[in-house]
Design a protein around this ligand. Sequence first.
Ligand SMILES: [Zn+2]
Length: 257
Amino acid sequence: MSLLCRVCGNALGHSIFSGRLCGDTADYFDCLVCGYVQTQPPTWLDRAYAHPINRSDTGVMVRNRANCRIVLATLALLGRRRERVLDCAGGYGILVRMLRDRGVDARWSDRYCENLLARGFEHDGHPAGLVTAFEAFEHFTDPVGEMSAMFAQAPNLLISTEIVPHPAPPLDQWWYYGVEHGQHIGFFRRQTLKVLADRFGKRLVTDGRSHHLFTQEAVSPTAWRTTRLISRLLPRLYSIGLKSKVWPDFQAASRLP
Ligand SMILES: [Zn+2]
């Protein structure tokens, strides 16, 4: 019986290639309807997540610095700088701490990773203006379910995941497959992201490469690109007028038992 696409439910047909992930053989499929490139249902994730932050993630700090900038730019564009941000799959809490340092009320959730830097700022169910999920969607076994849960928290969602080329490169010719750690099990194309946006009644704005915004606002791709460019040239601009939470957070933490 044919497997079904984990994004659109289409029957997947034949695999495009196979690989070895954490000792298991994994078939990869390319959905003809939505363009989602995906492994077979994974059986190796317990081994893949023995260390939640994989050892080969040398880009973790560079990425968090860039993401902090992009979140601030996006909040400015959406007119939501003073609203809460929920960082899903927040990892060690680096981004939440960086955003709070810049004055954004950021919170986190993560089912797998122990938070080291933003304990006390867990998501508490309070609605947010923006949900972020950086380098998370390629890990999800149920992207639609995860996205649904995120939109229950906020009307806007900013994610990062690398767009898979077309046709899908062989397994040894695209680093993002992550075969050395086995945690990446699904890869998106613009078309896949559009299917998801339509499903949730959102507008898709994407840089066509790594960062993708799902929003209810009338944000144009040009406006988003320009705002991100400005944030790169003037990295402090979009936190002007916000008050850093370094000191109030210290005070709050000091009162904790
Ligand atoms: Zn599909």
